[in-house]
Design a protein around this ligand. Sequence first.
Ligand SMILES: Nc1ncnc2c1ncn2[C@@H]1O[C@H](COP(=O)(O)OS(=O)(=O)O)[C@@H](OP(=O)(O)O)[C@H]1O
Ligand SMILES: Nc1ncnc2c1ncn2[C@@H]1O[C@H](COP(=O)(O)OP(=O)(O)O)[C@@H](O)[C@H]1O
Length: 211
Amino acid sequence: MSPYKTITTDEKSSDVVWHEASVTPAQRESNNGHQGAVLWFTGLSGSGKSTVANAVDKMLHDRGCKTYILDGDNVRHGLNKDLGFNDVDRIENIRRIGEVSNLFVDAGLIVCSAFISPFIADRAMVRALLPETRFIEVFIDTPISICEQRDPKGLYKKARAGEIKNFTGIDSAYEAPDAAEIHIKTAELSVEMCAKQVINYMLDNNIISAK
Ligand SMILES: Nc1ncnc2c1ncn2[C@@H]1O[C@H](COP(=O)(O)OS(=O)(=O)O)[C@@H](OP(=O)(O)O)[C@H]1O
Ligand SMILES: Nc1ncnc2c1ncn2[C@@H]1O[C@H](COP(=O)(O)OP(=O)(O)O)[C@@H](O)[C@H]1O
């Protein structure tokens, strides 16, 4: 059975007409040789989202998969450059990224989306947008003490000095997932092992097939 949703009349705006594409998502996936899916990396700043997402993207690309990567810092330079870090802007940030991720999945790609995405409700909202089983939450679980020690961009130092307000984990909340599909502890594993944990999940769940 197709996991893709049928849009009902109630869900459509009455004045905007939905056009069915002549190439279906299933046909795109068949051409690609794998399912479309979003790997949704969530975690504190400095937890390792970008590092692990890039390693996974490279491993998938090397296997011949069609992939794309969306990263917080980069998207905030373009699509979301009008947004800041108060709660309302973070919610809108994640809503837009969720919609973009959904388009990539519709195109049959495996998208690695790496955003702090601190609120449970927003991650649930993105999950609900995607066809069933195509949203894979990847919790990059790194204690804040380690993130702060790493401080790859010097942001914790600035936040502690009061130069950055609303910094996640310091004066803005991070709500950890309690049932993520993949739970990665970067303080205990190498980057390669973390990435392999994701690849193994995808193999075990038939999202990609063994080479
Ligand atoms: N106040 C504050 N809090 C957290 N992060 C901050 C802040 N200001 C700037 N930055 C930088 O922005 C990156 C996070 O952007 P995201 O789009 O992932 O954030 S969110 O999902 O909307 O919460 C984040 O990137 P990562 O360190 O890769 O997580 C930071 O580099
Ligand atoms: N196992 C690991 N997984 C991911 N990052 C790690 C790991 N071990 C050390 N690091 C380091 O931690 C930092 C994580 O930074 P980054 O990937 O930019 O985090 P984020 O995108 O969550 O802000 C990098 O400097 C990276 O080299």
